[in-house]
Design a protein around this ligand. Structure first.
Ligand code: KG4
Ligand code: ZN
Length: 353
């Protein structure tokens, strides 16, 4: 029998099981993540190997270097995930993998590893959209959380507002028309000399700074749910260069605090307005930038004033990891979405419009 026909039957059996164990594989950027998750919400193991130290030398992620490092470590990460979960590979019910969006070479490493495991173990292969994986990290963190809700997705590649209708259905209501917010953090960090990865470094330095620099707000997208971050990025670059040409000292902490405040307000205004328009009392933040506790607290406080509850996962689940892919894979499997044949391929970009 063909693999896909056999697996279609297998999925029918799995959805009726009381316990479902999913292996999640993530390799879309510079983190190799493999996790084992029970029933979509309970982490049995979650191993992440970060390449930050390698890419720091280059000031950012070098795609080819990322792919090679995924290849070098993925098998060890897999064995470690099994060991920490204390299960054998035969006990896994299905294999979920990020197929996009991300760095194409990096994605291929995870997808090919998942395909060979699925084929040899005769387990269903579930394709997971990386963004949907980020949303699912909140299902692990908050056992009571259920769709529908609004989601503010903020990562190194995305800045979007989604209406999440169900575990497998979501609609984009706004997005960045230029830079992603994580990209802006990384750029600002570079300009003030903090290095890569910028987000956590900007957040840390901002703690000792004052929000006293007024970066002019871009008004062109004021009434839409779309974002623009190239203007604030250029404003920070100009501010630093002007000070340098006048041989004036810059206060890096104040720049970080003022930039971060600008970003928080921008994200907050639109995300909360979208909650009101779509009649949602729950806002979930996801993606690498949701690790930023200043942004989370800002949204939480402003949300409270409007009766909107704001959720963000703990920092360890905000950045890329295999657990969020396993969780999303579980919900895909339960809805019989994403079941893939052995010719599954990676996608560098996915359009939500
Ligand atoms: O979700 P993620 O790990 O990878 C992508 O899918 O893009 O997000 C990475 C991005 C980077 O731009 C990084 O600087 C940013 O998330 N980031 C942060 C923080 N931690 C990570 N940005 C602001 N504050 C943080 N604490
Ligand atoms: Zn991500």
């Amino acid at each position: 029998m063909r693999y896909i026909d056999e697996m279609t039957k297998e999925v029918d059996k799995i959805v009726n099981k009381k316990e479902c164990i999913i292996l999640g594989i993530e390799s879309s950027c510079d983190e190799t993540g493999i996790a084992i998750v029970k029933n979509g919400r309970e982490i049995l193991s979650n191993v992440v190997s970060s390449q930050i130290d390698i890419h720091t030398k280059f000031g950012g992620v070098v795609p080819e270097v990322a792919s090679r490092n995924h290849i070098a470590c993925i098998n060890n990460i897999f064995n470690q995930a099994l060991k920490e979960a204390n299960i054998s590979k035969e006990e896994i019910d299905a294999i979920a993998v990020t197929y996009g969006a991300g760095l194409i070479g990096a994605l291929f490493v995870g997808v090919n590893f998942a395909k060979s495991l699925a084929y040899t173990l005769k387990k269903p292969l579930i394709a997971v959209n990386h963004i949907q994986g980020h949303i699912a990290s909140n299902y692990i963190a908050f056992p009571e959380l259920k769709p529908p809700f609004m989601c503010l997705l903020v990562s190194g590649a995305h800045t979007s507002i989604f209406k999440v209708d169900d575990y497998t259905k979501f609609t984009q209501v706004g997005q960045s028309v230029d830079d992603a917010v994580g990209e802006a953090f990384d750029k600002v960090a570079r300009v003030v000399g903090l290095g890569y990865p910028g987000g956590p470094k900007v957040e840390k330095l901002a703690l000792s700074g004052k929000e006293n620099i007024c970066f002019k707000r871009q008004n062109s997208l004021k009434h839409s749910y779309n974002f623009t971050f190239s203007g604030i990025k250029t404003a920070v670059i100009n501010y630093v260069q002007n000070a340098q040409s006048r041989k004036e000292e810059i206060n890096k902490a104040d720049i970080c605090a003022s930039f971060q405040h600008y970003v928080a307000k921008e994200l907050c205004d639109k995300a909360l307005r979208a909650c009101e328009e779509y009649n949602q009392k729950t806002l979930v933040i996801a993606g690498g930038v949701s690790a930023n506790r200043y942004i989370f607290n800002y949204l939480k406080n402003e949300g409270e004033k409007l009766g909107i509850k704001v959720f963000a996962p703990p920092v360890s689940l905000c950045t890329d990891n295999g657990a969020m892919i396993a969780s999303c894979g579980y919900y895909n499997l339960m809805s019989k979405v994403g079941l893939s044949d052995i010719d599954l391929t990676a996608k560098a970009s996915i359009n939500y419009n």
